[in-house]
Design a protein around this ligand. Structure first.
Ligand SMILES: [Zn+2]
Length: 263
């Protein structure tokens, strides 16, 4: 059944009360039928969908991309990043199940899933890197000490690093150190982007991608501005050579030659 967009907040709020056992299922369904003008079965479907999204489990009823996105955003607000991750897992399982069962592609839901998984994982990483950078700045470490940390990280087998009781991913720690040591400047064009809060924005690009077992170290990570990062990822990269802590390659026809060593 078609559901007008302006009813969607009422659906979410009511279903949440049922999921939280503040309302009985029957009372919730009554509200949705009377005030939301949706039928009983559809009301029941939403109770099922939200419950499963919260638990990170597969749901079997389908709903529109608009409603699904609204649910994802509200779940993120209610349960934070972990909640959103669980809801995305649940959505993925639903897409696999439902598209197989009905022989449909569910392109809109797939696009939604892709967009939100990229957004959360990437922005979460950058947030953690910024936190580490802030922590490291508080400690007023010398360049030598930072380089030393970078070397130690390389040989650490654990994937989590603790500072003052906070645990951070080793990969984000390595990138945070590299951003500081490279002075937040693009290694190709020297650009840095000043943010309103006085800190700098810069990106990290893997030479050998992580999915191809690329290492998390200074010899496999370039610090690049957003433009050069995208050009490196999507442009034509030729004659890539890495010799003695130097890397050279042709990027869309232009020669790039960079030192990888940090001194
Ligand atoms: Zn650049």
């Amino acid at each position: 059944m078609h559901i007008p967009n302006d009813v969607v907040p009422l659906i979410y709020d009511t279903v949440k009360l049922v999921n939280d056992r503040i309302l009985t299922g029957k009372a919730g369904i009554n509200i949705l039928v009377e005030q939301g003008r949706i039928n009983e079965n559809t009301a029941r479907d939403f109770i099922h969908i939200r419950r499963r999204m919260i638990d990170g489990k597969r749901f079997t009823r389908n709903s529109s991309a608009y409603i699904t996105e609204y649910f994802l955003l509200r779940i993120k607000k209610d349960y934070g990043h972990d909640g959103l991750e669980r809801a995305l897992k649940s959505l993925k399982l639903h897409i696999e199940y439902y598209s197989k069962k009905r022989g449909t592609k569910l392109n809109k839901l797939r696009a939604l899933y892709e967009a939100y998984s990229l957004k959360t994982s990437y922005s979460e990483k950058v947030d953690e890197q910024d936190e580490i950078i802030a922590q490291l700045k508080l400690h007023k470490l010398t360049r030598e000490q930072l380089i030393d940390m970078l070397k130690q990280l390389k040989s650490k087998p654990s994937s989590k690093i603790s500072i003052k009781g906070e645990r951070y991913s080793r990969d984000n720690f390595t990138i945070a150190l590299l951003k500081i040591l490279r002075d937040f400047k693009c290694q190709i064009c020297d650009t840095s982007i000043l943010k309103a809060n006085g800190s700098f924005y810069i990106e990290a690009a893997h030479i050998v991608p992580k999915r191809d077992r690329g290492e998390e170290s200074s010899s496999n990570i370039l610090i690049l501005c957003p433009n050069h990062h995208k050009e490196f990822d999507y442009g034509k990269v030729e004659n890539l050579q890495q010799i003695d802590e130097r890397i050279s390659f042709k990027l869309n026809g232009r020669l790039v030659d960079l030192p990888l060593l940090i001194e």
